[in-house]
Each structure stands twice: as C-alpha cells, then as structure tokens.
Design a protein around this ligand. Structure first.
Ligand code: SF4
Length: 369
C-alpha cells in the first residue's frame, strides 16, 4: 500500500486544467458544503475563488477557533549542519555552492540549545542537509540523545530515511518529521534536483508512507511554492494528506507553505504567489481539513504574519536562524535562506497576546503518549 498509484492516477495536466476550469458556482457550492471534498478544494484554490476571500477567511477563522481555540504553538529551527551531497537549485547549502561547511558537535548543540531554552522554547526542529557520511542516521541518533533531555518535542527536517531508520530514531525521542516534496511535477523536480539522493523523486514521494508504517507521531507535508504552478502542487499536497490520514490515522499532520526566498546565487521563483493568494491557500486548506495543523515560518514578513495568523494558522516559528551554530557558536556562517521576520520570540509572543492568543511553547510531552 502506498500513495504512488493514487498519484499516478492523477496526471498533472488534467489536474491543472480542472482547477482552472472551476467557476464561481463551484466556489459557492464548496463554501456551502457541510464537509468539503478534494473537488471542492480545487474550487477554493482556483482563480474563481479570489472574490470570495473575505468569506473564506471568516469561515477559516471560525473553524480554526473551534478546533484549536486561542492557542498558537511556537517552534524554532536548530540547524545542526550545512553539509549536503545534493544539488538543489533553490538552496544555499547546495553542493555546488562554495561555502564553509560546518556540522555541530554535541557540545555545540548544547550551547545552541541553551539559547533556545533561555528564550522559552520546548519544541525545536532539527535541520541538516543530506550527507550520509557526516549527518547520517548515527549522527541523527546522537543529536536526539543529546537534546532529548532538554526539550519536550523534537522534530526533524533532514534527509528522507528508510523505514528501519525511523523505527530506530522514534524511541530516541523523534516526535515529528517534516518531508516536503518540493514539487509534485516530476519533470520539474528533475530539473531542480539534478544530483544526489534527492534526485530520486519516488524515494521522496514514498517517505510519508515509510514514516506512517514506522508509527511516527506527527508528519509535516508541503511543497516549495514558486517552483511550479502553486495551485496544482498544493492540490497534490491535499491529495497526499487525504490518503495518509485514511491510511495512518493514528498519526497527526501539519502543512506548510514556504514561498521561495532569495538565497545566495540562486534562482528566482518561476511562479510568484501574492500575499492574497497565500491567504486563499491557507483558508482553502482549513476549509478542507479542520484538524490539520497549519504552520507559518519566518520566511514571511512581520506585517503579513501578524495579519494572517488569525485565518487558520496554528503554529509559527520566531527568532529563527537558518545557519548551523547561528544562535551561539557560529553566528557568521552562511544561512540556508534569508528570513523576513527578525523579531525575537518575546516580541512575537507579545504580538500574539495582543491579538488574544496564548503562545504555547510546548507542543507535546512524551509522558502523555
Ligand atoms: S534543500 Fe536540502 S537537500 Fe537540497 S541542497 Fe538544501 S539542504 Fe541539501
């Protein structure tokens, strides 16, 4: 059992054409439906839904409040290494980008962790490039063992692993894995990932299945918006989520919608998504799925983040650095991408309180599982 046959039964061009063919009558039907289908989702992300944004936003806000209340989870990335054996056209850590590579030792991880604990964090996202020699499963296991005593929730955004590797890491404190397909457009995927293990589209596509079989507590999906038509790519994300929720129903899910940001010497987005379109997407995800967590990172501008958090978002990062050692041990190293919201976690928490939200620093406790 895997997502692959479902994916193959949905050709890109057909999906794209069906989204762009949606009309205002389809959007109105979707808005009035008690539960929305994937076909309704197509209408809600289509250009035909643009005039209905206010209505979508109100509905999305109400549904999010009903399920999540006035809470907002806070998390922060902890970059452990910028070693990478892949070439990805959009990333500062790409193998062909000449930069000083750095991988944190356990002592350095703890120095970084001390800063994040001092800010109040209890949920960190561990990030590495994809380099088996330096940051393979042994290194990841060491990182989890080192950091687990200090945080209630450890997430990872690292190379896709085999099922047995996930089975090995989960008891070490791995709660959540983020694995973004980047784009579901197979030909464009090849263009953007010409070298390294990541060039294997299907191994990446199968990763959520391996995670589900391994019994992961939570997984995060998404695409990198800007590589291809965002509407079509986000439909596939929704299709993938729909399959996973039905197949691995004990796992929780989150979605992200990173927009391509400038990084040193790298490509500009092929498709630009406006702020209004990102709001449309966030609301459409919420209208499709009342349970899924929606996460917004510091890639987005402060003013936009402040406005949009009420429309469906359930977790945000703050104070992020995207370079290994960025918080304490090597603040000058090269970032993976530039962030837009440079406010401190305390400033973001204060903004949340002003908007009537309670910032939640701890997402989940192993003791409750
Ligand atoms: S996106 Fe990930 S795999 Fe690709 S170059 Fe960057 S760190 Fe490496």
């Amino acid at each position: 059992m895997s997502f692959r046959p479902i994916f193959e039964a949905h050709p890109w061009d057909d999906i794209k054409a069906s989204i762009y063919a949606k009309t205002s009558a389809d959007v109105e039907r979707a808005l009035a439906a008690p539960r929305r289908t994937l076909d309704d989702f197509k209408a809600l992300i289509s250009p035909a839904a643009a005039p209905y944004l206010e209505q979508m936003a109100q509905l999305s806000h109400r549904l999010t409040q009903k399920r999540f209340g006035n809470t907002m989870q806070l998390y922060v990335p902890l970059y452990l290494s910028n070693e990478c054996q892949n070439i990805c056209t959009y990333c500062g850590f790409s193998l062909d980008n000449k930069l000083k590579r750095r991988t944190l030792s356990s002592v350095e991880m703890l120095a970084e962790a001390a800063v994040l604990k001092g800010w109040g964090y209890d949920h960190v996202l561990l990030v590495t490039g994809e380099a088996n020699q330096t940051v393979g499963v042994d290194y990841l296991e060491k990182a989890l063992k080192t950091l687990r005593p200090h945080f209630a929730h450890l997430s990872m955004e690292v190379q896709p692993l085999d099922e047995a590797d996930y089975v090995r890491l989960i008891p070490e404190g791995l709660n959540t894995v983020l694995v973004y397909q980047e784009t579901y457009h197979q030909e464009d995927y090849k263009k953007h990932h010409p070298k390294g293990k990541k060039s294997n589209f299907h191994y990446r596509l199968d990763t959520p299945d391996r995670l589900g079989r391994a019994g992961i507590h939570k997984m995060g999906l998404g695409v990198l918006i800007g590589l291809e038509d965002w509407r079509t790519d986000c439909f596939y994300t929704a299709l993938h989520l729909d399959y996973l929720e039905r197949t691995y129903w004990q796992t929780r899910y989150s979605l992200s919608f990173p927009r391509l940001r400038p990084a040193e010497g790298l490509l500009q987005p092929k498709v630009e998504m406006s702020n209004r379109e990102l709001v449309q997407l966030i609301c459409a995800y919420r209208l499709l799925n009342e349970e899924v967590e929606l996460s917004l990172s510091t890639r987005e501008e402060p003013a936009f983040r402040d406005q949009v958090i009420k429309l469906g978002i359930t977790s945000i990062s703050a104070g992020s650095k995207t370079n290994p050692g960025g918080y304490a041990v090597a603040p000058e190293s090269l970032e993976q991408f530039e962030i837009s919201d440079e406010r401190s976690p305390a400033e973001v928490a204060a903004m949340l309180r002003r908007q009537g939200y309670e910032p939640v620093w701890k997402d989940w406790d192993a003791a409750l599982a």
